[in-house]
Design a protein. Structure first.
Lengths: 333, 696
């Protein structure tokens, strides 16, 4: 392993300064992805600036009835938080579906959002990869892409974003608070992660040196009825093949409002705007749900070996919407 | 015949080394720390075929801590001129991607690893061929298949019989390449002392490893010692030495210091062996009532340009069912890939997936219950050799399993049972594994105070060998367990068979019994008097094993699985799995159960998850870590149980046991695939059964 230095600044401001002053410095959260990438030689930082123990926001209620979550909050702690469990089951379920107990105890919220794709070409420094080494090519296109993107990919990159948490936060329209060399700013989700286009080397819209200090989840009363459903090959401890984060507000058999996001289908967590457009105001029936799913997946451009993800995503969306409607039924009566 | 007073055999004795393992006292290969060791880290080829033209040794030699960098041009020469997987750094040729082409030796592991990562290697790359496919022009008939069986067999006229059979099943089944992935990665620590060599290794056969190293380095076996008291799983990947062992020894020779080599999980996907992919055509011809007229099983598999490993995938088909007309064949093709090797139940595991899936298809074609179909085709004697079976209780296993599993009254219609959003189904398959016993030696030492030490170069790979051998010795000696210490895992001990082919307990156990009996006689002759120096006796089972009566010896079993397939997502889960086995006398129900359900779990994993994904452009297996190569997790394994039927077989060994390390994986994948068909109506003939094959 290449030698690197390690620092643990006391404040977010000091951390930002440390990264700005030191070329090749990166932030370290729980290290559950970065340390792997360092072992693989994919990441070769000169300095690690440990932000995993910064005294941040913790988990607190906002005056508007939402939640403010510190960037260094551990995934396991956030999943267990009573307010998260009560108000945003989709968030708790997404967190609990990720990694293992040990990994969730290490992983931080900010780090989870900034983890890299698990595309096997990206993780192997002996092979070309436009994300890792711009301009070298994308062998996944003709190679193994069984679990790569069906939406929003480009000639240059067909990677998917692996986070479960980010999918739930995308559905909830969370806002990421950032500090950086240019001062504090807010980045909405979706919008933090970007599609690959001609520059797959950049996963997000963060500027160099910017640090996620907190994530604000706005109040969304109907998210009390929400679900994260993760389809995967192995029953636990594996990345999604397709996942869906859905919150549904149904009254009198009609969809009043909804939030839908898909995971493991694109370079970014995928807010299903088209599906939502079809759903809002429509009768909460199987036909509507199928129409919504098809409207969203109409944009899909599957690759030869991941075409199954299209019917899978369709079935999953219909299933989750149906389940949420059934949940709502007793109250509607 | 031995008269023992069984007190410990048949009892669920706890592992004698359990405490040492859970407290960390048990020392595994890499934990051995000779004085001032240095570290070697290999550089792996980034082309699948070609030649190494240049290695920039000089640059890394200026790096901190770097002691040496070795490649073909400057590595010590091995004594043998052989061109095998073990001829490490002996040629410029690259035979597969990931092959060791250089290594860096440094004072710390981190220094060596960083230097190896950046070492500049130049190649003349050549076009490679890595894909096993039907009709490959390079397919050839191997001389023998593992472990020395004929490649092809034929009896009667199967082609004519198939032409005229009232019912025919003719299907092709595929299994992917699979990697063993034991928990403990391979590791070696090598020390030279003059012409003497000691290697701390993680091996399933210290003696075999010693002999191979002696021949590679041109020294007498007596000058080589391989020490391996604890092994964190092997599954066949540690049966024979792999390149890292040779690398450790070469490096130690080069720098004159002890060298440690730790194989990474990534490297294990190219340099420590794997199970060949298989393409298997099975044809069954039957009467309308399911009675078989013809069975043919034709297999194609891969091997490398460096060596031949011919997996006996059709071998189990030779003994399973009666049919007058039958044939089997194996064809290999040499590809630019690493050499495949033994992996838990080589032959039987992939082969029985094919045969037992085909039997399920035949049951459906004939409208006969799948349990009944197998019972109807029970042979009176070994269909291949005509020899009587020493014991064969497949039917008892099928019947007992059907009773316990609630098979009676099963509705055979596929795709009609729903439980919420799941399609539910059940499946059955037979299991089998041959009974093998090889020559072993052992010594038994009595010391004053009623203390015994039994020595045999067995391997404890997590199976419980040390525990069972302690039970065997204690019962033969008539001593309490606590009075017996068994030493294993060292080539300096009396040589034993390898821990492979489910032959360990039978082979070592026979030698332990005979050594303890000899000691009993010695002690009796002395009226039990034990001098301070102790009394020792030894045994060598060469003659006993050779004089074995002619029987067909096999263990059998039946596996039952229930699956639930999500109608929306195609996710398959296995809520229930039962294995019933007839494997002679079960010597330790606790460790035996662990072997059976461990094998079944590996079979579940094979059925649903495991696949090494080949990249044809680069020529390697892509999913080279445990995040990408999926092995069943606890959540995948729900209600799993293994039981056994009593089997008294006097033709086996003094313990009356059959090997149990491998039979659990055999048939498990077919039982699950058959259950998936019953649940969904979809017949998946290529493993693993992943959701993309079931999604609609």
């Amino acid at each position: 392993m290449r030698p690197f230095t390690y620092q643990r600044p006391a404040t977010a401001g000091a951390a930002v300064a440390a990264v700005r002053e030191r070329p090749g410095a990166v932030y370290l959260g729980g290290g559950t992805n970065l340390v792997d990438l360092m072992r693989l030689g994919v990441a070769t930082p000169e300095a690690l600036i440990d932000v995993s123990r910064l005294a941040g926001a913790g988990v607190q209620e906002t005056p508007e009835g939402g939640l403010l979550i510190g960037g260094a909050v551990r995934n396991g702690d956030l999943a267990a938080h009573p307010l998260v469990r009560r108000r945003y089951p989709v968030l708790a379920e997404a967190l609990l579906s990720g990694g293992s107990g040990q990994i969730r105890n290490m992983a931080t919220v900010a780090g989870n959002l900034l983890q890299r794709t698990r595309c096997s070409y990206f993780q192997d420094v002996t092979k070309p990869c436009n994300k890792r080494e711009p301009g070298t090519g994308c062998p996944a296109r003709d190679g193994d892409h069984r679990n790569l993107a069906i939406l929003g990919h480009s000639e240059e990159c067909v990677a998917t974003h692996p986070s479960d948490l980010a999918v739930a936060l995308t559905a909830l329209a969370a806002v990421v608070r950032v500090e950086g060399p240019g001062g504090p700013r807010e980045v909405p989700m979706p919008g933090l992660h970007r599609l690959p286009g001609h520059d797959p080397s950049r996963d997000t819209r963060l500027e160099p040196g910017e640090l996620i200090t907190a994530v604000e989840v706005p109040a969304l009363p109907f998210a009390a009825r929400s679900v994260y459903r993760k389809v995967r090959d192995r029953a636990s401890f594996s990345f999604a093949v397709v996942s869906a984060a859905v919150a549904l507000d149904v009254a009198d058999g009609t969809v009043r409002d909804c939030r839908v996001a898909l995971g493991a289908v694109a370079h970014a967590p995928w807010r299903a705007w088209e599906a939502e457009r079809v759903l809002r105001g429509a009768p909460a029936t199987g036909d509507t749900f199928t129409a919504a799913a098809l409207a969203e997946l109409d944009q899909a451009v599957p690759l030869p070996r991941n075409a199954y993800k299209v019917p899978l995503a369709r079935n999953l969306l219909v299933r989750v919407l149906t389940d949420l409607t059934d949940l709502a039924a007793p109250e509607a009566r | 015949m031995t008269v023992t007073r069984p007190r410990h055999l048949g009892v669920p004795v706890e592992r004698v080394d359990g405490l040492a393992k859970v407290t960390g006292e048990a020392r595994y290969a890499y934990e051995n720390a000779p004085a001032s060791p240095v570290y070697a880290v290999p550089v792996q080829a980034t082309v699948a075929r070609g030649e190494v033209t240049r290695v920039d040794v000089d640059t890394v030699l200026t790096w901190p801590g770097v002691i040496a960098a070795m490649w073909y041009a400057n590595a010590p020469r091995l004594a043998t001129g052989e061109d095998s997987e073990l001829a490490v750094l002996q040629s410029r040729r690259v035979a597969y991607r990931g092959q060791y082409v250089a290594a860096v030796i440094a004072t710390t592991y981190e220094q060596a690893r960083e230097a190896a990562r950046t070492l500049h290697v130049e190649y003349n790359a050549e076009p490679h061929d890595v894909e096993l496919r039907p009709g490959h022009p390079g397919l050839y008939r191997p001389g023998r298949v593992n472990p020395g069986l004929p490649s092809d067999t034929v009896a009667g006229d199967p082609e004519a019989a198939l032409d005229s059979a009232p019912v025919v099943v003719d299907e092709t089944y595929r299994t992917p390449a699979e990697h063993h992935n034991p928990m403990e990665p391979h590791a070696s620590v090598a020390l030279w002392d003059g012409d003497g060599l000691t290697v701390y290794d993680s091996t399933q056969g210290a003696g075999a490893s010693r002999d191979r190293l002696a021949s590679l380095f041109g020294i007498p076996p007596a000058q080589v010692r391989v020490v391996s008291p604890y092994v964190g799983g092997g599954f066949g990947s540690k049966l024979a030495p792999h390149p890292h062992v040779v690398l450790a020894v070469l490096a130690a020779k080069q720098v004159g210091r002890p060298v440690k080599v730790a194989v990474t999980r990534h490297e294990m996907f190219s340099v420590t062996g794997y199970r060949t992919p298989t393409i298997q055509r099975v044809r069954l011809g039957a009467e309308p009532d399911g009675r078989l007229i013809a069975i043919t099983h034709d297999v194609i598999e891969q091997t490398s340009t460096l060596g031949e490993f011919a997996e006996q995938a059709a071998a189990a088909t030779r003994v399973m069912y009666a049919a007058p007309h039958r044939s089997t064949s194996h064809r290999l093709v040499r590809l630019d890939v690493p050499t495949p090797t033994w992996m838990r139940a080589p032959g039987e595991a992939p082969g029985m997936f094919a045969l037992e899936s085909a039997m399920d298809e035949l049951a459906i074609a004939c409208g006969v219950d799948p349990v009944e179909l197998r019972v109807r085709n029970e042979p009176a004697a070994d269909p291949e050799s005509g020899l009587p079976f020493s014991s064969r209780n497949l039917v008892a296993c099928l019947r007992e399993g059907a009773r316990r599993f609630g098979w009676q009254g099963r509705d055979p219609r596929p795709g009609v049972r729903r439980s919420g959003r799941f399609l539910v189904g059940t499946g059955v398959a037979s299991s089998t594994y041959p009974v093998i016993r090889r020559r072993s030696r052992a010594t038994a030492l009595a010391e004053p105070g009623g203390v015994y030490t039994v020595r045999v170069a067995a391997a404890e790979i997590g199976t419980g060998a040390r525990t069972v051998l302690t039970q065997i010795a204690a019962d033969t000696l008539g001593a309490p367990l606590e009075a017996v210490r068994v030493e294993v895992g060292d080539s300096a001990l009396p040589l034993g068979a390898i821990a492979g082919g489910s032959m360990g307990t039978a082979s070592w156990g026979t030698a332990v019994v005979r050594a303890c009996e000899a000691l009993n006689r010695e002690l009796a002759a002395r009226d039990g008097a034990v001098p301070p120096s102790g009394v020792e006796a030894s045994a060598d089972t060469a003659d006993e094993v050779k004089a074995q009566e002619k029987y067909a010896r096999h263990a059998f079993g039946a596996q039952f699985a229930e699956v639930a397939v999500d109608v929306d997502t195609g996710e398959t889960r296995v809520p229930r799995m039962l294995g019933v086995f007839a494997a002679g006398r079960v010597l330790n129900p606790r460790t035996a159960r662990s072997q059976f359900i461990g094998g079944m779990t590996m079979g579940l994993s094979m059925a649903l998850l495991e696949e090494s994904v080949l990249d044809t452009e680069f020529g390697d297996y892509l999913n080279n870590d445990l995040a990408q190569y999926h092995i069943a997790a606890c959540a995948d394994v729900r209600d799993i149980d293994a039981v056994w039927v009593d089997e008294e077989d006097p033709h086996l060994n003094p313990m009356g046991s059959k090997g149990i390390g491998e039979i659990g994986i055999v048939g498990a994948a077919a039982a699950i695939a058959n259950a998936v068909h019953h649940a969904t109506g979809v017949r998946v003939r290529d493993l693993p059964i992943r959701l993309d094959k079931l999604i609609r």
